[in-house]
Structures are given as structure tokens and as C-alpha cells.
Ligand binder design. Structure first.
Ligand code: NAD
Length: 355
């Protein structure tokens, strides 16, 4: 196994691993560990070349630094990528990946991401202890999705307060695109809180099943933006806030869990100009990573403590909205400023990070 360093400005450590015996070719980027070890998922994709993989791992690891800083997990940001087709997975490949992760001595802690499942992580775990997101049976915190939904629900209370002057959902129309693991649970929480929930998904059978079970209104995915609502909640895929969709929006606020909702940063500015409140995705969807971070506590995972902190996604959004108001900037910029403020505070000698 050959491990070599790639020097990248602004990143603490970027390393490459090539292991001819297992066929592993992977990169790990540790962006910033000011607030704690760099946690971030591992993904496996058939990148065209190492340059493309490097671009991805750098971008994603930096995003994790910001996400963890705002979520106050006491963690830094990192990410890893395995170059290759997921069809070529093998136990040897993941054991080698485990040894690669282990070579950083805990500076980087891995988790699930695209094309990586719990079975793969268990193989990684056989070669390093620096793995999170395993099943409850294996001492992990289990499936993050219900926790992401819970955090998003509490974040939406802050959105309601900012956009409508009250955290109440009573009678508010919330349109959810994507009722999978997170969106499906979020819909239930919103309905319980008195919202009028409207759902859409490319999986029409799922929409029919959930509408029948919970009494949601439903709309075809192709025409969902024709529906007027108080809050639009993208919970399916990224880049759905773009030049084509923004003119069609009939909502006062956008608050959903999909990653990278803004096609480009300028779309956040356009939303602000149009008076649509945007809950930055990485702030409102942090419930899952907050939950995982509790695996790293000395006594191991503690659900009650994790949930108390997940509910504070509300406070994080209140702060983001306050910065946006005071500094007259879009909320996606305000979120970055909150992250940068917390990282800067972490660099001062007196700084402590509490769970
Ligand atoms: P999921 O795969 O369980 O659900 C996604 C749902 O969206 C599915 O029902 C799917 O049919 C639907 N969908 C996909 N493409 C669509 C499209 N073009 N139009 C309409 N519906 C479409 O995924 P999830 O775990 O619920 O995650 C949803 C989003 O939230 C993803 O973007 C994910 O990256 C992000 N996210 C998830 C978590 C988590 O804890 N699971 C945490 C942070 C962010």
C-alpha cells in the first residue's frame, strides 16, 4: 500500500492511497480540525480521473467543516472517495480502505455516503476504529434519517417564526418534494403539528400509499410548483432551486433536507430579493450528523442527549436568520459566516467545545 500526500492550500491534509493488491485507489481530505476530528462520509464513484475525484473530495470535506461548525458537533470536516465502479466492491478493497483511514490516526473519521452501505463499513471497521454510522447492534447510532427529519422539523419552527411571526404550523400549507426516508418522516411530524401537508415524489406508488395512510394532499411531481404553499420543502435531490424553478415558486419560505439545493450561490441572493426565506440546507439537515457525533462521546451513543441537541437545529437557524438580517445578506451567506465565526472562536486558546 502506497500512501502519498497531496499539498492543497487551505486544507490540513489530503492523502492518496494506491494499493495494487486490493485494487484500491482512494483519496481522503481533511479540511479543518479546529473544532475536532474531521468527520465525513466515504463515497465510491467511477470518477473519470483522479483530478475529478480530488475536486469532489475537496469540495465535500470543506462543506463538512461548515456543516459541523454550525451544528456545533465538536467535529471538523473531512471526506473520502474511492475511485471505481461500485460493482467492483470486494472485502479486500474495504479492508485496505480501513487501513488507509487508520493511517491518519483518528484525524479523519468515516461514515456512509454514496454507494457505501453498512456492510462495507463493517469491513472498514475490521481495520480501523475510526468509523461511525454502524448499526445499533454494532454499537453505532443506526439509521440517521429519522433524526435528520426531527432536526428539520425543529428548524422549520424557526422558519415559521421568521417568515410568519409564529412557530406554529397550524393550517400552514407545506409542500414536500420527495417523501423518502427523511421527507416521509418529516411529513408525519408536520401533520401531527397541524400543518396541511402536500406531497409529491417520482415514486407515485409511495405517494399514493402515504396519502391514503395519512390523508395528505398529493400532486404530480411534474406540476408540483404550480401549487401555492407557505413552505416548500425540497427533500429529494440537489440543484432544484435554479433559474427555471425560481420564477415558478409560490411560497414564502424554502426549508428542506436535500443537499445542495441552490444550483449556484447566486440563487440564494435571488430568493432574498424575491422575499423568499431560504433555510440553508446544511443547517436544517444536520440532525443526522449531530446524531452520529454522539457515537464519539466517551460513554458511547446516548439517544436522549443526541435528541436534545438535534432539537437545537432551531437555535442554529434563529442565529442564521439574525445574521442575515443584521448584515443584510442572504441566508446561505449568513450560514457560512456563522460557521466561520465558530471556527475562528475555536482557534482561540480559551475555546472549549461542549456536547
Ligand atoms: P431517499 O432516497 O430515502 O428519498 C428520496 C425520495 O426522493 C425518494 O422517495 C425518491 O423517489 C424521491 N425522488 C428522487 N428524485 C426525485 C425527483 N427528481 N423528483 C421527485 N422525487 C424524487 O433519501 P433521503 O435519505 O430521504 O434523503 C433525501 C435528501 O436529503 C437527499 O438529497 C439526501 O442527500 C439528503 N439528506 C439526507 C440525510 C439523511 O439522514 N438521510 C441527511 C442529510 C441530507
Amino acid at each position: 500500500m502506497q500512501i502519498s500526500e497531496i499539498r492543497v492550500d487551505g486544507y490540513e491534509k489530503v492523502v492518496r492511497c494506491k494499493d495494487p493488491a486490493s485494487g484500491l485507489h482512494a483519496l481522503i481530505a481533511v479540511h479543518d480540525t479546529t473544532l475536532g476530528p474531521a468527520l465525513g462520509g466515504m463515497r465510491m464513484l467511477p470518477y473519470a480521473n483522479e483530478e475529478e475525484a480530488l475536486f469532489d473530495v475537496l469540495r465535500l470535506s470543506k462543506g463538512m467543516t461548515y456543516k459541523s461548525a454550525v451544528a456545533d458537533t465538536g467535529l471538523g470536516g473531512g471526506k473520502s472517495v474511492i475511485l471505481g465502479d461500485a460493482k467492483l466492491k470486494s472485502p479486500a478493497l474495504f479492508k485496505a480502505m480501513g487501513a488507509f483511514v487508520d493511517s491518519l490516526g483518528g484525524k479523519y473519521i468515516t461514515a456512509e455516503d454514496m454507494n457505501i452501505g453498512v456492510a462495507d463499513l463493517e469491513l472498514v471497521r475490521s481495520a480501523t476504529k475510526w468509523v461511525t454510522g454502524l448499526s445499533r447492534d454494532a454499537g453505532g447510532s443506526g439509521n440517521p434519517s429519522p433524526y435528520t427529519a426531527r432536526g428539520a422539523f425543529h428548524g422549520m419552527r424557526a422558519v415559521m417564526e421568521e417568515a410568519f411571526g409564529s412557530p406554529s404550523f397550524k393550517g400552514r400549507r407545506v409542500l414536500i418534494q420527495g417523501v423518502g426516508a427523511v421527507g416521509g418522516r418529516l411529513a408525519e411530524l408536520l401533520k401531527e403539528a397541524g400543518a396541511h401537508v402536500i406531497i409529491c415524489d417520482i415514486n407515485e406508488a409511495r405517494v399514493a400509499e402515504l396519502s391514503k395512510k395519512h390523508g395528505y394532499e398529493s400532486v404530480a411531481d411534474a406540476t408540483h410548483l404550480d401549487v401555492a404553499c407557505d413552505v416548500y420543502s425540497p427533500c429529494a435531490r440537489g440543484a432544484t432551486i435554479n433559474d427555471t424553478t425560481i420564477p415558478k415558486l409560490k411560497c414564502k419560505a424554502i426549508a428542506g433536507v436535500a443537499n445542495n439545493q441552490l444550483h449556484e450561490p447566486r440563487h440564494g441572493d435571488i430568493l432574498r430579493q424575491k422575499g423568499i426565506l431560504y433555510a440553508p440546507d446544511y443547517v436544517i439537515n444536520a440532525g443526522g450528523i449531530i446524531n452520529v457525533s454522539f457515537e464519539l462521546l466517551p460513554g458511547g451513543y446516548d439517544e436522549a442527549k443526541a435528541v436534545a441537541k438535534i432539537d437545537r437545529v432551531y437555535d442554529n437557524l434563529v442565529q442564521v436568520f439574525q445574521i442575515a438580517r443584521e448584515q443584510k445578506v442572504s441566508t446561505h451567506i449568513a450560514a457560512d459566516r456563522l460557521a466561520e465565526r465558530r471556527i475562528a472562536a475555536g482557534k482561540t486558546p480559551a475555546a472549549t467545545t461542549k456536547k
